[in-house]
Ligand binder design. Structure first.
Ligand code: DAH
Length: 341
């Protein structure tokens, strides 16, 4: 019996040491120490032993059980430790490795142009104001002296929110003139850049959303020559010294007199080319002297104060400056396009 236990001890210890995972350890425990295990099997034969041998064998069996239990426990701990180490090795993060750099964009080309214009007007003492894109028809049209029957008020041209045509998406930044006159102390020198909305189909030169910059000066003794001098200066700063301008008579309901400002095509010098569509001139903005009715409607006495205003399209300006031929490129935000600026 002693020999049987000896053999079992060696076999069990070897198997325990060689086991590779916790599951096989458990089956070894069952096999050797379980209720129906080998040790129990050996002990069953105790009956054959003499009375003095029995306790000795019993003691040996207990020692063996303890020894195997310890071996099992040690092996289990070793396996657990190895498992943890393997996992740590596998999941190791080398914080000294160089990272993947995040791709940084840059300012949109149109906002470069806007920033340039802002700084020109800031340097002349204008303030920059911001206002609502969801606007009342009263501000977008009525207070700007735009009559009820004007085509731009049509539902086919303008995005309305309410069936009574009272609330809309502003179609121009000109309502900012009214907001400024109603809220600001005189004199006023302001520009108001922002989004405007019209029911246009998208094509190379049209989009239902685009940007305008409104400008306005209200003071005593302001005349058309102030308008011309200021806008000529702005054009020179944007397009370069010596750029030839032309103030062409036009009509806007909220200015009197009204004009449009053209610049001589910088590409062909006025001879006519694809850039100016053969005209020799490029239209830059609409402008005029603020209509006395508009001043009076805002509580400003037109006999004491006068003013001028202008409105220009920002996309068109950016397209001219960067030789962009399709308006859609400005809004698509395709990185391959934006990267070029
Ligand atoms: N709001 C006009 C438009 O969208 C542009 C404009 C013309 C603005 C004359 C003005 C102005 O301030 O005086 O076509």
């Amino acid at each position: 019996m002693r020999e049987m236990m000896q053999n079992m001890r060696e076999a069990a210890l070897k198997a325990i040491l060689e086991s590779e995972d916790v599951d096989s350890l458990e089956s070894l425990r069952v096999r050797y120490l379980g209720k129906k295990g080998e040790l129990t099997g050996i002990l069953r034969q105790m009956g054959k032993l003499s009375a003095e041998e029995r306790p000795r064998m019993g003691q040996l069996a207990n020692q063996l059980r303890a020894e195997l239990e310890t071996a099992l426990e040690q092996r289990r701990a070793a396996l657990k430790e190895a498992l943890l180490e393997a996992r740590l090795r596998e999941e190791a993060l080398d914080v000294t490795l160089p990272g993947t750099p995040a791709v940084l964009g840059h300012k949109h080309p149109m906002y470069n142009v806007l920033d340039q214009i802002k700084s020109i007007f800031l340097s002349m003492g204008f303030e920059i104001v911001d206002g609502p894109e969801v606007e009342l028809a009263e501000y977008n049209f009525t207070k700007l002296n735009i009559e009820e029957s004007h085509p731009s008020r049509d539902w086919t041209d303008t995005f309305y929110f309410t069936p009574d045509s009272r609330v809309l998406l502003r179609t121009q930044t000109s309502p900012m003139q009214i907001h400024a006159m109603e809220t600001k102390p005189l004199p006023i020198r302001m520009i108001a850049p922002g989004r405007v909305y019209r029911k246009d189909e998208v094509d190379a030169t049209h989009s239902p959303m685009f940007h305008q910059i409104e400008g306005m000066v209200i003071d005593k003794g302001v005349t058309m020559s102030d308008l011309k001098a200021t806008l000529n200066l702005v054009v020179e700063k944007i397009y370069g010294k010596g750029t030839v301008t032309r103030f062409r008579p036009h009509h806007f309901p909220f200015t009197e007199p009204s004009c449009e400002l053209d610049i001589q095509c910088h590409k062909c010098g006025g001879r006519g080319c694809p850039t100016c569509k053969g005209e020799g001139w490029i239209e830059v903005l609409g402008a005029g002297m603020v209509h006395p009715k508009v001043l009076a409607g805002c509580g400003i006495d037109p006999d004491v104060y006068s003013g001028w205003a202008f409105g220009m399209g920002l996309e068109r300006l950016a397209m001219g400056e960067y030789k962009i031929t399709d308006l859609r490129l400005i809004f698509e935000n395709d990185v391959r396009f934006l990267e070029q600026f």
